[in-house]
Design a protein around this ligand. Structure first.
Ligand SMILES: Nc1ncnc2c1ncn2[C@@H]1O[C@H](COP(=O)(O)OP(=O)(O)OP(=O)(O)O)[C@@H](O)[C@H]1O
Length: 606
């Protein structure tokens, strides 16, 4: 064999097949009976349910009619296949169909079997297949590992050799990693999850590596990126303690870092930025065996701040929260700008939870919700009998209530002009004098303000005091509208997960995910979050959320109504009728996604 004529991975695979005495003409292999195949699918039901929605998306992305997308189990037995009818026929001829075994020892060098043997993404083109009959295929497969490093199955895209471009490998690999991420999330429920990356700005992106730790600080799950950052192998999972990996206990690190970004120094490798995710629900780690019980001297794990978890799912760069935290700690007022519903209030609470003042009060005042005449009394307090209607014993005022903690002035743009001067004075002098002539009181508050208004324009128009604006707006932070926060469907998926959708077997169908990506979300996170909460309240466990679950008004706004209005052609109408009008079931029977079915209906109906 001339050097470099073949990738070494293929050459070694050929040598393994030769060693097994496999004839290149192949042997006959029986298809598994329907009953046995159903049993194998049952045994793999958990990860198949996670993987299937991603397979549909991959199918839509890469498949041009000449390909199939395949899911096989960890032995290489094909469980599921999705493809265009024309190519399915071809696949059938080479037995690339459910119930057939594509392990390397049976079917020679091929993407499914060889990817499982090597535990890495593999591309096998045409003549690189060991069996002659498979040389009409070009395939890319990536093994799916659970967070302990155990292969659960394999994802494969196969087609005619000419039709596969270099992109397939990247798409298959990326989809496999997404599926593994979901397997990790399911596995790590209730555990402490650590995000890691050399660059802190990447911690909020899918590039962040992940580790999960059990109650006794043992590593119970990891992804490949995390292990490679720590120069560890899969053997560390289930064995290594946090302290062995990082030289201090997790409880200790957590008491220092909370849920903010902080540096961690791995025993091997360079320092990394890290952040602890707050679990979505109270930890339910298995009860430790008595001899493993945590020593009573170690500090108890801190209850996670729910606000921190919520800020995390909103697709905000963590650098934003970190910048705000630094301003707050330096006693510089934090001004948060953003359209309505972008999460300014939540952000302010997350900031408090991430700050050194998290155990001191967080006092929120909505300046737009208090009648003009009462804002002053509300903020500064009053002495007994200061004005008609005042409470007998007077009031301390919200500024003093926030003493030692954080005062959050929401809708600061709605504060009456007259009061702005008084607020400015209080901020400068750090003293408040209650209405009705009480003693001046010193206050120590850190200030966070928010508004959806354009304060600078208000200053130009004389509706907001310039001196107060310059006092508050040293470094305004703008929360981006939802439509510009990257993949809105991924944010929706995470919101669903936080609300327990995964536990109930509820997932987003690809066509709803696509509609969510297209829609501009004028009400931002409020609109998306409320919609998802409502859908979760309405649907049964195990539902694949599709456009049909949306309220009609939103379907119209999202432009999703026309498909139903078309006249389907006879054949498709009959098929739909056979499935009682259930488009999902009809699409599944055809091995296509529902949106492809609708597209086909529209085309044929015209
Ligand atoms: N980080 C988040 N995670 C999940 N949901 C969020 C998040 N931030 C905001 N939301 C959703 O949006 C709603 C509104 O959030 P919030 O009150 O913080 O927004 P806002 O920008 O202050 O709105 P407004 O300008 O109208 O006062 C919340 O009740 C919640 O449903």
């Amino acid at each position: 064999m001339p050097q470099d004529a073949l990738p070494s991975s293929i050459l070694h695979s050929w040598q393994r097949c030769l060693g097994l005495g496999l004839p290149v003409s192949g042997r006959r292999h029986e298809r598994l009976s329907d009953a046995a195949l159903a049993e194998r699918r049952d045994a793999n039901a958990d990860w198949l349910a996670v993987a299937r929605p991603y397979v549909e998306t991959l199918f839509e992305q890469v498949v041009d009619g000449g390909h199939v997308v395949v899911l096989a189990d960890r032995d290489g037995l094909i469980l599921d296949e999705m493809g265009n009818a024309g190519f399915l026929d071809k696949a059938e001829r080479v037995a690339l169909t459910p119930g057939m075994d594509w392990g390397e020892g049976v079917r020679g060098t091929n993407a499914i079997g060889t990817a499982l043997t090597l535990a890495e993404t593999v591309r096998v083109r045409g003549g690189e297949h060991y069996l002659e009959c498979n040389r009409l295929l070009s395939c890319t497969a990536s093994p799916l590992l659970d967070p302990t490093g155990r292969p659960v199955g394999v994802l494969d895209v196969s087609g005619a050799p000419r039709k596969l471009g270099p992109d397939e490998t990247a798409a298959v690999d990326a989809t496999a990693r997404l599926i593994e991420r979901r397997l990790f999330d399911a596995h790590a429920q209730g555990a402490r999850v650590l995000l890691l990356h050399p660059d802190p700005a990447q911690l909020a992106t899918p590039r962040a590596a992940r580790l999960a730790f059990g109650d006794d600080e043992t590593l119970i799950g990891a992804d490949r990126a995390a292990l490679s950052l720590l120069a560890q192998g899969w053997g560390a999972v289930g064995r290594a303690r946090f302290a062995e990996l990082f030289g201090e206990t997790l409880d200790h690190w957590q008491s220092r870092a909370g849920h903010g970004v902080a540096l961690l120094a791995p025993a091997a490798g360079r320092p990394l930025s890290a952040r602890l995710l707050a679990p979505a629900r109270p930890a339910t780690a298995p009860t430790p065996a008595p001899q493993q019980a945590r020593p009573t001297s170690s500090p108890p794990a801190k209850a996670p701040a729910p606000e921190a978890a919520e800020a995390d799912v909103a697709g905000l760069p963590p650098a934003l929260l970190e910048t705000a935290r630094k301003l707050l700690e330096a006693d510089i007022p934090v001004l948060v700008l953003g359209e309505t519903g972008t999460g300014k209030d939540r952000f302010a609470r997350a900031l408090h939870a991430a700050s050194s003042r998290r155990h001191a009060p967080f006092v929120a005042v909505n300046c737009a919700a208090i009648p003009d005449g009462l804002v002053e009394a509300e903020l500064f307090g009053y002495e007994e009998g200061a004005f008609t209607g005042a409470r007998r014993q007077g009031s301390r005022g919200r500024l003093r209530e926030a003493h030692g903690g954080v005062l959050f002035l929401d809708e600061i743009g709605d504060m009456p002009l007259t009061l702005q001067a008084r607020l400015l004075r209080a901020l400068q002098e750090r003293v408040v004098t209650p209405l009705g002539g009480g003693q001046p009181q010193r206050v120590d508050v850190r200030l966070v303000c928010a508004t959806h208004r354009d304060l600078r324009r208000m200053v130009d128009e004389g509706a907001f005091r310039a001196d107060l604006y310059f006092r508050l707006g040293h470094y305004p932070l703008r929360l981006p509208p939802l439509r510009t926060r990257g993949d809105v469907a991924a944010i929706a998926q995470r919101l669903l997960d936080v609300q327990g959708a995964a536990r109930r077997g509820i997932a987003l169908a690809p066509d709803l995910a696509a509609a969510i990506r297209r829609y501009p979300w004028p009400g931002n996170l409020r609109e998306l979050d409320n919609l998802l909460r409502t859908l979760l309240a309405l649907v049964d466990d195990g539902t694949l959320l599709g456009p049909e679950h949306l309220p009609e008004t939103l379907r119209e706004d999202m432009g999703l109504c026309e498909a139903g209005a078309q006249e389907p052609d006879d054949a498709t109408a009959q098929l739909l009728a056979r499935f009682g009008g259930n488009a999902s079931a009809a699409a599944r029977a055809l091995g296509i996604s529902r949106s492809t079915l609708y597209r086909r209906l529209r085309k044929n109906g015209r």
